[in-house]
Design a protein around this ligand. Structure first.
Ligand SMILES: Cc1cc2nc3c(=O)[nH]c(=O)nc-3n(C[C@H](O)[C@H](O)[C@H](O)COP(=O)(O)OP(=O)(O)OC[C@H]3O[C@@H](n4cnc5c(N)ncnc54)[C@H](O)[C@@H]3O)c2cc1C
Length: 404
């Protein structure tokens, strides 16, 4: 095998999380390969917005700034939001979160996933220690503690001390390493619609809870927005099959009047929702980050945000090990990463499940609890501010890259 195909780290998956990890270790002494099957489409300002967008938290913004990718997002397209209104239809429960209340300029930004990935790849290309293999299809992964081998369909073969699975929910790395998962399907699918709105860009996201599932509005630049409608799989299927005109009427009946008219439905698609958690994030010679490690209900937009925190925490642990001439593939080094992230992610997943269950239950005691909860959240400023900081990724111990 040639010298050039031996790496300290092989990151399988150059999505938002894998690419962040590579950038965070750019300029380190580690020799890194990133493998992805597909490159993101180039961006041009006259393209319509993508359907896949994410609400990036303030912590994610800081990470992306610190790895040199935020500039590439800002110069392309992103929409800041400063307020978030959450309410429950059949009650007085209504809460308005405002970034000014906790002295932050924004609560977050809505960014198309492809734009985040493009900005990261731009940043990644500047590091001499990072080699991108793309488009590259994986033929096989032979996981060996401390010396794994990845064979590509084009005949190339890479060897790495540490194999990182950043390859999403169906992670082949996770399977090759024999790491089990705990998982179930939510009884909801997400219908995402890209719409043209009457009013120009807003700085507020809306979330309305009804028993069949939440509905959310995420503002995009110009007169555009992303609407997410969580509902039973059969109802989502029915809505998806409607003609634009009929779909528009049903959508308009459910969404807040403050959004004005919906001028046009530009595109829509649905996504099944699964809750999944790897039983371990690490083994000797392997680590999992992002959706490869956890999939979470997207109702509060936290999936990629916790994934970027994984990437930042793993980078920190590996950089420190490399500086101290320790083995980056050793279980004692990797366990530090797992200790930092698994408990935190589990807490976030459990909170989302609580929302999913409490707001999806129409029985009277649960209704009373949630009305009380939202009402109290509005009146109790410290609790509200704490919830806001939690959603913004600013609570708990943060990796250095997520700090200012
Ligand atoms: C409807 C919906 C709305 C969401 N909204 C939000 C939100 O507002 N905020 C938020 O934080 N999160 C949100 N999420 C979650 C977020 O999209 C995911 O958490 C995020 O995309 C995970 O990023 P990742 O890089 O870990 O994985 P992925 O995005 O799945 O990337 C994996 C990468 O690995 C590559 N890959 C996979 N397999 C292979 C292979 N065998 N060989 C080579 N390459 C491979 C893929 O091409 C891809 O580039 C939402 C999810 C859904 C479904």
């Amino acid at each position: 095998m040639s010298e050039s195909s031996q790496y300290d780290l092989i990151i399988v998956g150059g999505g938002m999380v894998g690419a962040t990890l590579a950038c965070a270790l750019g300029n380190s002494d580690l020799k890194i390969a990133v493998i992805d099957q597909q490159a993101p489409q180039p961006f041009s300002a006259d393209q319509p917005h993508d359907l896949r967008v994410s609400a990036l938290s303030v912590a994610s913004q800081r990470i992306l700034e610190n790895v040199g990718a935020w500039g590439g997002i800002a110069t392309r397209r992103s929409c800041p939001y400063r307020r978030m209104r959450v309410w429950e239809t059949e009650s007085q429960g209504d809460t308005l979160f405002e970034s000014g209340d906790i002295d932050e300029p924004v609560l977050g930004h809505i960014v198309e996933n492809r734009i985040t990935q493009l900005a990261l790849w731009e940043s990644m290309s500047q590091f001499d220690n990072v080699t991108l293999y793309c488009p590259a299809r994986i033929q096989s992964i032979d996981y060996q503690a401390g010396c794994s081998q990845v064979a590509l369909e084009n005949g190339e073969s890479l060897t790495g001390k540490l194999l990182v699975g950043a390859d999403g929910g169906q992670s082949r790395v996770r399977q090759a390493a024999g790491i089990g998962i705990h998982s179930w399907e939510y009884k909801q699918h997400a219908l995402v619609a890209y719409v043209e709105t009457e009013y120009p860009q807003q700085d507020i996201t809306w979330q309305k809870f009804v028993p069949s599932g939440p509905l959310a509005f995420l503002p995009l630049t110009g007169n555009y927005g992303s609407l997410v409608w969580y509902n039973t799989p059969s109802e989502v299927k029915r809505l998806l099959a409607l003609k634009d005109e009929n779909f528009s009427q049903e959508l308009f009946a459910e969404f807040p009047r403050e959004l004005g008219e919906l001028n046009r439905i530009i595109s829509r698609a649905s996504f099944p929702l699964r809750r999944q958690h790897a039983l371990e994030y690490v083994k000797q010679g392997v680590a999992l980050v992002g959706d490869a490690a956890h999939m979470i209900h997207p109702l509060a937009g936290q999936g990629v945000n916790i994934g970027l925190l994984d990437a930042a925490a793993l980078a920190e642990v590996l950089a420190e090990a490399a500086r101290e001439h320790q083995d980056v593939a050793s279980l004692s080094v990797l366990t530090k990463f797992q200790q930092q992230r698994r408990k935190h992610n589990l807490a976030m997943m459990t909170t989302m499940d609580l929302f999913y269950r409490v707001f999806g239950d129409d029985k009277l005691p649960t209704k009373l609890i949630r009305n009380l909860g939202l009402g109290l959240a509005q009146r109790l400023t410290p609790a509200k501010n704490k919830a806001m900081r939690f959603a913004m990724g600013l609570e708990g111990p943060l990796p250095q890259l997520a700090k200012r």
